[in-house]
Structures are given as C-alpha cells and as structure tokens.
Design a protein around this ligand. Structure first.
Ligand code: T5A
Length: 213
C-alpha cells in the first residue's frame, strides 16, 4: 500500500475533529492532496447505522451489553477498513482517521474492563497486521472532556458514563501510547493554538524523518 494512514485519538472533546482538519490542510501544503477523512464508528452506510445504534440512549428497550458494544464497534471498523480505507491506501491516497482501533483498547478495554487478550484476539483476527502509520493521541483529563462535551449539549449513551469510566479510558490510552513509538502524545489541555502548533510540529517531524519530505 502506498498511501499512509494517520489516526487521531482521544477522549470526547479532546479536539480530534479540529485536529483532523488541521492535518489535512498541512498535508495539502506538502503537496499531498489525495487525502480522505474517516471517522469511527462510521464511514460506510452500515457502519453509520451501527454508530447510531451504539450512541443512541433511548432507542431500544434493551441494554446493549459490553460485549455486544465491542462487537458492533469491530463490525463497523471492518466495514470501514475493508471497503474504504484499504482500497484508498492501495490507490495511493492518504487517510486521516478520527479514531481507530486504539479507541476500543482504551474505551472497551480500559473503560468497560473487557480483557485486553480478548480485544487483541479480535483485532488480530479481523485486522491482522493492518495498523496506522502514525497515531496522535490528544490527552485531556476526564474533567476537561466533560466540560467541553456539556457545552455542546445533550450527551450520548457513552458520554453519560461516569468519571471513573473516563479515568480508566484515559489511563489505558496513556499506558498504550507510552509503550508504542508509533503513538505520539499531545497535551490537549492547552489553548487551541498551542495544541495546533504541537500537532504541526509532530507531523512535520514525522514526515521529514520517515519520508524525507
Ligand atoms: N468509541 C469509539 C468507543 O467506545 N470505542 C471505539 O472503538 C470507538 C471507535 C464516538 C464515541 O464512540 C466511542 C467513543 C465516543 O464516545 P466521536 O464521534 O468520536 O464518538 O465523538 P467524540 O469523541 O464525542 O467527538 P467530539 O466531537 O466530542 O470530540 P472531538 O472531535 O475530540 O472534539 P472537537 O474538535 O469536536 O471539539 C469539541 C469542543 O471542544 C472545543 C471545540 O471548540 C469544541 O467546542 N475544543 C477546545 N476548547 C478549548 N481548548 C482546546 N484546546 C480545545 N479543543 C477543542
């Protein structure tokens, strides 16, 4: 595959959507103009329906179990990876993803306390050695996350989880990021312009070191 896959991760309100747009603009300045944006869960008709199912609070008269949630997230992911991301990379396009597999490791593994071995098994079976070329994890505290999402209005099924859930999710993100050098951490508690300048610095460095841009 000749295109590259860059992923942005973080808690709700970390600034992922904003960061994805910044990255696309920056890549454009490097002359990389064939870039597509994806989000997870979502990005294909079936994956978008799964997203609605996962996020809706009141639709069903039935609780979504933690394992059902995990499997729906992987169903959405594999639809997106096989039908959109891999074909795009094979065409030579670059892909900027708003969340990917690390979200499941952090939210379902950390937040929901599903055994990491089980999640890793699913990951290996479904994705094999497919993984992002670079992941930027925007680190914020659960308290800041809550403040930013509350400003936006009504919270969805996952956003109403407890502070403990988001603390475990953040801790798992940090633990995984610290042991994988393809995951870089950005302090996203800073003002927006400082976060953007950190983001530019990391992408510039990565492009220069890895691809001699
Ligand atoms: N999920 C997903 C799982 O549990 N497991 C999985 O495997 C996957 C893939 C997806 C949900 O699904 C869960 C996690 C989520 O609950 P999502 O669409 O990714 O949801 O939605 P959110 O993470 O909720 O996206 P948000 O839009 O809330 O967050 P963003 O994109 O990180 O933040 P952004 O850029 O929209 O900014 C949010 C607000 O914060 C402000 C912005 O102006 C905006 O108002 N903001 C800042 N304010 C001050 N200083 C800064 N530095 C700021 N950065 C942003």
């Amino acid at each position: 595959m000749s295109g590259k896959f860059i992923v942005i991760e973080g808690l709700e309100g970390a600034g992922k959507s904003t960061a994805c747009h910044e990255i696309i603009t920056l890549l454009y300045q490097y002359g990389i103009k064939n870039v597509i944006y994806t989000r997870e869960p979502g990005g294909t008709p079936i994956a978008e329906q799964l997203r609605t199912l996962i996020q809706q609070k009141e639709m069903l008269k039935e609780e979504i179990t933690d394992y059902a949630e995990l499997l729906m997230l992987y169903a959405a992911r594999i639809q997106l990876v096989d039908n959109i991301i891999k074909p795009a990379l094979e065409r030579g396009s670059w892909v900027v993803g708003d969340r990917h597999d690390l979200s499941s490791q952090a939210y379902q593994g950390g937040g929901r306390k599903i055994k990491p071995d089980f999640i890793n098994h699913l990951k290996e079976e479904l994705l094999g050695d497919f993984s992002p070329d670079l992941t930027l994890y925007l680190d914020i505290t659960p308290e800041i996350s809550l403040q930013r999402t509350q400003k936006r209005g009504a919270l969805d099924r996952i956003e109403i989880e407890s502070l403990g859930f988001f603390t475990r999710t953040r801790n798992r993100y940090l633990a995984l990021a610290l042991k994988d050098k393809r995951i870089q951490i950005i302090d996203a508690t800073q003002q927006q312009n400082k976060v953007t300048s950190q983001l530019h610095k990391k992408i510039n460095q990565w492009l220069q070191e890895s691809y001699k841009f």
